[in-house]
Design a protein around this ligand. Structure first.
Ligand code: AMP
Length: 448
């Protein structure tokens, strides 16, 4: 399915293209048509599923197609300023080729720039409850023109004690409106809220895909220029069995496979430019043990079922948390142990946050012992994000964590303490398994 099938305004589709989305995520497929019909919606989904675009796209479309007042017309209420900022950014990006504008309203910063922004009459407001009510009290915000109300991460708002504020906000918006409520879990308070405010809603549920419980995760901060060197050093130091390496593009897959072959690894590649025959040869060779490493784009993350896959290495950070769990899902199958390494450049910081948020865990940061990072300091990258700590029942994904995540739908969002492993931890959990291959000394081939 493509975004064209939603009949979104062409200026909205142009924003989708500009941000680089090609295929709608499951929640987008399910939610967009119903929201475009004007129905209320209950979305049972976490951040990382693509839910922001699932509501932002039909809202932007509605604002373009239907004339309204000069007041704020769509209100998104979110629990944290990071989330509000993120949603505002997504709305701005997706509406970049339209006249629709958005504003973020949250506390902890001066009101002045927000008051200035309000004078420009943005149609979309993404707000945290406290500052929103504060500015309504000041007479700076009028919510009587709201046509669409979105309550995002309703369970988090409930956990953070915002429900009374949310109820106050509900009294300030018109009763005749469209309401969309997103929540990862359904505690009793949220169940009651949905019953009170949603009228004949469409319910869409997108389960987060749990990564295999036996996989340990590690993040290797690295500058782009040193990525290849780090991967080679990592392969050299780590007793790996069958290893799947993911890159972002077909070209990078091809290049990296050639580079690894030049370093005497038995490597194949799998990417969309190869003929079906060549793809099959790569897969068969990888399964049969002719190749130790398969370098692939995300096309490989869905269909691959290779027994004894010991390592998944994200040479490039995936674009979505779903893609991360899909990729990682290739290892640690059938209760075998596996390791997932991610090479992360400083620009990957937002995605690291999203992945950790979805996994409800903090991924262990590592420095590869003996590797020359030059003046790059891996420990200075990806500092703990206070708004995004694993919850009290959250996990720390690392070599010794056991890394079990709560069963789907059971995550709670209460803030918990930061957990951070010291860098330099030896990179292999539990030591090599029998049959693990070190870097081979001969007999190399490559099918890139
Ligand atoms: P969200 O759950 O809305 O926070 O989205 C999680 C991540 O997925 C964000 O980085 C989005 O930019 C990205 N994303 C959303 N929709 C798509 C899509 N259709 N294709 C690729 N990435 C997407």
């Amino acid at each position: 399915m493509s975004f064209q099938e939603f009949n979104l305004d062409t200026s909205v589709l142009s924003g989708v293209k500009a941000v680089g989305y090609t295929t709608p995520t499951p929640i987008q497929r399910q939610a967009i048509p119903s929201i475009m019909e004007g129905k209320d919606l209950l979305g049972l989904a976490q951040t990382g599923t693509g839910k922001t675009a699932a509501f932002a796209l039909p809202i932007i479309h509605h604002l373009i197609r239907h004339a309204g007042t000069r007041k704020v017309r769509a209100l998104v209420v979110a629990p944290t300023r990071e989330l509000a900022e993120q949603i505002h950014q997504a709305c701005s990006d997706l509406a970049q080729d339209t006249r629709v504008t958005s504003i973020a309203i949250y506390g902890g910063v001066s009101k002045i720039p927000q008051l200035k922004g309000l004078r420009r009459n943005p149609e979309i407001m993404v707000a945290c409850p406290g500052r929103l009510l504060d500015l309504v009290g000041d007479g700076a915000i009028d919510l009587s023109g709201i046509e669409v109300l979105v309550l995002d991460e309703a369970d988090t708002m409930c956990d953070m004690g915002f429900l009374p504020d949310v109820r106050r906000i509900l009294k300030l918006v018109p009763t005749k409106r469209q309401t969309l409520l997103f929540s990862a879990t359904m505690p009793a308070d949220i169940r009651k809220l949905t019953a009170d405010i949603l009228h004949d809603p469409t319910t869409v549920q997108v389960d987060p895909i749990a990564p295999a419980k036996t996989v340990s995760h590690a993040l290797y901060p690295v500058p782009e220029a040193l990525k290849k060197g780090l991967l080679l050093a990592l392969l050299e130091q780590t007793p790996t069995g069958r290893t799947l390496v993911f890159t972002r593009t077909k070209h990078r897959t091809k290049r990296l496979a050639l580079d690894l072959a030049n370093h005497k690894y038995r490597v194949a590649s799998l990417q969309g430019n190869l003929s079906q025959n060549r793809r099959q040869q790569s897969m068969d060779g990888f399964r049969d043990g002719k190749f130790d490493i398969l370098v692939a784009t995300d096309i490989a993350s869905h269909g691959i079922d290779v027994p004894d896959l010991s390592h998944v290495i994200n040479f490039d950070m995936p674009d979505t948390a779903d893609a991360y769990t899909h990729r990682i899902g290739r290892t640690g199958r059938a209760l075998q142990t596996g390791e997932a390494f991610t090479l992360a450049v400083p620009d990957d910081r937002p995605m690291v946050r999203v992945v950790e948020r979805v996994l409800n865990a903090k991924i262990e940061r590592r420095r590869l012992p003996g590797f020359n990072y030059g003046d790059f300091n891996p420990e200075a990258q990806f500092p703990p994000d206070r708004s995004n700590q694993p919850q009290a029942n959250g996990r720390h994904f690392g070599s010794n964590s056991g890394n079990r995540r709560p069963a789907s739908g059971q995550a709670t969002r209460r803030p918990g303490p930061a957990v951070r492993n010291s860098p330099g931890t030896p990179s292999v959990a539990g030591g090599p398994r029998p049959g693990y291959r070190q870097r081979p000394s001969g007999g190399h081939s490559q099918s890139a």
